[in-house]
Write a protein that binds this ligand. Structure first.
Ligand code: HPA
Ligand code: ZN
Length: 332
């Protein structure tokens, strides 16, 4: 996607590493590992990247994890994401990983962490981008699995700075995960959760009040509840909004109906992110450029989005200030 506006330095706070698997890389990893895919050729797989809702996407997303087998597969995946993200202005990334999507098919957590760790540790030198992981629990699986996983993440504290909650939302409210989030808080981990993507405003309330989340991932349906909007504004709870994802998964029909501008106008701490960029048609700046066109965003809006991203990050204060100064010096 070509972009008429140059990218600003930005933090990406909502991107799933498994969702950065481009069809070409899926095919080459399948060949390298001898993994059978049910797509005869690349174009057939490309055509499958078309969805009707969250579940239709998740089915393909989990299916294709089959090509990720060895540490180098995870390292190559992350390396490809960093290359694209850096070209789109990303200077810091807090990246989701779904450990259960790998351990559940027999790939040990150690393999995932070894591969990702290698790419994440060299990202600053290679791409001028700092990167950390947020391990997400799959909300459509037994919360006991999440409770077993949490202590196994603790040896990777240099890399894993927090926990999140993702996968199929409706029917799996945040409060099911209250105990594991409380334990994560006791361990000093950051906490975020997907809420209000397809689920109702009640799930956003629950993520805030029962899980103690510091950011809400998506949060779009919060706008249906004025008292929730007031809470999010007063506390400046960051929302990690993903416009091309919302369009691809049909929570909106057209990008000009996207709530991002209404969120900004309501004084909410919204940020723009790519979610699963290989599947939804664009990386971070592709999202910014698309909403700029569709919603008529100004330079001022774009600067606010970039500022919000650094403020909403889990970086130390001194690093936030350094990034905000670089942003202030960047041309629009
Ligand atoms: N929503 C919920 N779970 C996910 C998503 C998403 O957009 N992407 C990957 N897992
Ligand atoms: Zn997501």
């Amino acid at each position: 996607m070509s972009s008429p506006v140059p990218p600003l330095p930005t933090a990406e706070l909502h991107v799933h590493i498994e969702g950065t698997l481009e069809p070409e890389l899926a095919f080459s990893l399948a060949a390298r590992n001898g993994t059978r895919l049910r797509y005869a050729h690349l174009d057939a797989l490309r055509r499958a990247y078309s969805f009707t809702d969250l579940q239709s996407f998740l089915d393909l997303y989990y299916e294709l994890t089959a090509v990720l087998q060895r540490p180098e597969d995870f390292a190559d995946l992350a390396e490809a994401y960093f290359t694209r993200a850096a070209a789109q202005g990303v200077r810091h990334a807090e990246v989701f990983v779904d450990p259960q999507a790998h351990t559940g098919r027999g790939v040990p957590l150690e393999v995932v962490m070894e591969g990702l760790g290698e790419a994440f540790r060299r990202a600053e030198a290679r791409h001028g981008l700092s990167a950390r992981l947020i391990a997400c629990f799959l909300r459509d699986r037994d919360p006991a699995e999440a409770e077993d996983l949490l202590p196994r993440l603790l040896p990777y504290r240099d890399l894993v700075i927090g926990v999140g909650l993702d996968s199929a939302e409706v029917g799996f409210p945040p409060e099911l995960f209250e105990r594991v989030f409380a334990r994560a808080a006791d361990e000093g981990l950051h906490r975020v959760a997907h809420a209000g993507e397809e689920g109702p405003p009640a799930y956003v309330w629950s993520a805030l009040d029962r899980l103690g989340v510091e950011r809400v991932d998506h949060g779009n349906r919060s706008l249906e509840d004025p008292s929730l909007v007031a809470r999010l504004r007063e506390e400046q709870v960051p929302l990690t909004v993903c416009p091309l994802s919302n369009l691809a998964l049909r929570s909106i029909d057209r990008l000009d109906a996207h709530p991002l501008r209404r969120m900004l106008d309501a004084g909410l701490a919204a940020t723009v992110n790519s979610d699963d960029p290989a599947y939804f048609g664009g990386y971070l700046h592709d999202n910014v450029a698309a909403v700029t066109r569709a919603l008529g965003l100004t330079d001022g809006h774009r600067r606010r989005l970039a500022e919000n991203s650094f403020r909403a990050s889990f970086l130390p204060e001194a690093d936030k200030e350094r990034h905000l100064a670089a942003l202030a010096a960047a041309r629009s």
